[in-house]
Design a protein around this ligand. Structure first.
Ligand SMILES: [Zn+2]
Length: 216
């Protein structure tokens, strides 16, 4: 097995072990020459094997001619492909339906600057896309829009998605987003949390830069 397949399987197993996405709902990809390796449609993360690793070329436009005897890529392959095209320096995408992030996404609510760690996604909030059907081009467009200046976002009535330099980094970010979503929901049970100001969040961003890219 090559190192890209290994990295993808390791990330899938870690996502499964962390119970970040129920059933076969999550999917992960890594960039490779000419395209990406992505988890197969219907693959259950924790039990994924080499047979669940599918190559999709950058030039793939639809699955009409996909060989019937080959595993098909995740139904969300389009948004992974679109993210690689729009983020040339990102090499991995993690999408999952983690419980608390999804609960917020169902309210179409972004995670505001209620905690300094919101900065790990690259800005003052973790935005939430508008709703679009799973697997659709419209969803790809929504996700690319939300991630234009961020590395993570919520997806309305659906889940969350993160990009990173490596599968490990993208997965660590997805876990961070889930923890922040849980904390935000908990905090809101006692009224609206006090948000950090733009200046305070700017200081956090600067401190993170000095710190190095902590989630690598
Ligand atoms: Zn999904």
């Amino acid at each position: 097995m090559n190192s890209a397949s290994r990295a993808l399987l390791d990330a899938l197993h870690a996502m499964g072990a962390a119970q970040l996405s129920p059933g076969a709902s999550g999917n992960i990809s890594v960039r490779v020459d000419g395209g990406m390796l992505i988890s197969a449609s219907g693959a259950v993360a924790q039990r994924a094997t080499e047979g669940d690793v599918v190559f999709v070329a950058d030039t793939q436009q639809d699955l009409r001619d996909w060989p019937a005897d080959q595993p098909r890529p995740s139904s969300e392959w389009r948004m992974h492909q679109a993210l690689y095209a729009s983020h040339p320096r990102s090499n991995a995408v993690v999408h999952c339906h983690s419980l608390n992030a999804t609960a917020l996404a169902c309210q179409r609510r972004a995670i505001p600057a209620f905690h300094y760690m919101v900065s790990v996604a690259g800005g003052d909030d973790i935005p939430c896309t508008d709703y679009a059907l799973f697997g659709s081009e419209e969803l790809s467009e929504q996700v690319c829009l939300a991630l234009a200046k961020r590395q993570a976002c919520l997806m309305a009535n659906h889940g969350q998605i993160c990009i990173g330099d490596t599968a490990q980094a993208a997965l660590a970010l997805a876990q961070e987003v889930e923890a922040l979503a849980a904390c935000y929901l908990l905090s809101r049970q006692h009224g609206e949390p006090t948000l950090l100001s733009d200046d305070e969040m700017e200081q956090v961003q600067q401190a993170f830069c000095h710190y190095g890219q902590r989630l690598k």
